[in-house]
Design a protein around this ligand. Structure first.
Ligand SMILES: *Cc1c(COP(=O)(O)O)cnc(C)c1O
Length: 410
């Protein structure tokens, strides 16, 4: 994944986080009694995150609880496993199924495979949102869980969370909101006056939420939070073992031993940025997102997919090969992600883009022009590494590539 912070402002931030990580690198929250400091950091990161996502509002029921995990995928895996076991207890479901939109993250496929759950993926509606009617049609007595993303990774569009919440509530099934990308942006964008529809525990029917601190929370990679509406649901996340020689063993997440350093790093990131820091960052990246949307709209060969709610802008073309456009802008150092159905690419706007938005739009206009003037495949980009006949990759080339990769991603 890309870096969410850039330029000189990143240096002090990274230094503080690196210090926090290294100070606690040898701690392990599995041993709560020995490492009380990291247990406290984790509890505070969870509480601060829950607070951002409506836990203190009356409507939420005010029992929100959760854990830190290694990333969005683990948060999702846990929410799915927990929902499965909760629904087994509540309704006796033993052949579980879940329903998600085509735009939901691939982590749900992983969860379905790991936990033996039948996955039903449903096409999105014309606005590229989860199609509530289509999801309703797939609900049956084995359904344990539906999912809404706020926003979805491909197009940056928020699903109709309130409607999905009502649906889940009326059928007595679980509803997970994927805030992996949006959790540290939407609460602030909303405060700034952007029209953001409801997405958190204040929505009736939401049973769990995943939110990545290591994306827009600007914490070190390997940090995310999974939250539940109440302890009754969350208790199904835990594994407690009494029947082995090691005595009572209780573990809340997928890992046994966990890196206390990363927990301390996430805590330091949140404490040092504070609500004011996230608000200011959100103001900047939302403005850049709007500028990019405006710039793309002014390029007649391109169209934007749906109405981006946040800082992910996906776009395609009816007249050009958008992946050729991507190859050219990639060669200029931009990092966009390729998407399908329809073919398109997206930019995930971060603080790194704030000072260079005009250059990006100029490079994009130039790339579109180049592809327009040279239809058909264009040589260059990344293709020759494996493809070119007669050119065996050598160690020098791989080393060079490693260095290139290091600059672009982190
Ligand atoms: C990034 C992301 C995930 C997965 O998170 P990882 O941290 O990469 O495991 C899940 N859902 C959404 C919407 C995401 O953006």
């Amino acid at each position: 994944m890309l870096r969410y912070i850039g330029g000189s402002e990143s240096e002090g931030h990274f230094a503080l986080i690196n210090e926090a990580c290294s100070m606690f690198a040898h701690t392990n929250p599995l041993h709560l009694d020995v490492f009380q400091s990291v247990a406290r950091f984790e509890a505070e990161v969870v509480a601060m995150t829950a607070d951002l996502l409506g836990s203190k509002e009356k409507a939420s029921g005010a029992q929100v609880c959760g854990n830190m995990t290694s990333g969005g995928t683990e948060s999702i895996l846990l929410a799915v496993k927990t929902s499965r076991d909760y629904m087994k207890m509540k309704k006796g479901i033993t052949s579980p199924e879940m329903i998600i939109a085509e735009s939901a993250h691939s982590a749900y496929d992983k969860a379905a495979q790991y936990f033996n759950i039948k996955l039903r993926r449903v096409p999105v509606n014309k606005e590229f949102q989860a199609d509530v009617k289509a999801i309703r049609q797939h609900i049956n007595r084995n359904t344990i869980l539906i999912v809404g993303s706020a926003p979805g990774y491909p197009h940056g569009i928020i699903d109709p969370i309130e409607e999905l919440g009502k649906l889940a509530y009326s059928y007595g099934i679980c509803f997970h909101v994927d805030l992996c990308l949006g959790g540290f942006v939407l609460p602030f964008a909303s405060k700034l006056g952007y029209p953001i529809t409801s997405f958190d525990f204040t929505v009736m029917g939401v049973t769990s939420i995943s939110v990545d601190v290591h994306k827009y929370g600007l914490a070190p990679k390997g940090t995310s939070v999974v939250l539940y509406r109440n302890h009754d649901i969350r208790k199904h996340q835990f594994v407690a073992v009494t029947e082995w020689s090691g005595g009572l063993y209780v573990s809340p997440t997928i890992a046994g031993s966990r890196p206390g350093g990363l927990i301390a790093g996430a805590w330091a990131a949140m404490m040092s940025l504070g609500q004011a820091g996230y608000l200011e960052n959100t103001r900047k990246i939302m403005e850049v997102s709007k500028m990019i949307q405006k710039g793309i709209k002014e390029i007649p060969e391109l169209f934007i997919i749906g109405k981006p709610d946040m800082t992910i802008v996906a776009f395609g073309s009816a007249v050009l090969d958008i992946f050729e456009v991507n190859d050219i802008i990639s060669s200029k150092g931009w990092h966009l992600n390729a998407l399908q159905r329809p073919n398109s690419i997206h930019i995930c706007v971060t603080l790194q883009h704030v000072p260079v938005v005009d250059t990006f739009l100029q490079d994009l206009r130039d790339a579109v022009q180049t592809v327009k003037e040279n239809p058909g495949p264009i040589s260059g980009g990344l293709a020759p590494i494996y493809g070119a006949a007669g050119s065996m990759p050598d160690r020098g080339m791989v080393q060079e590539l490693l260095v290139n990769y290091m600059d672009g991603t982190c």
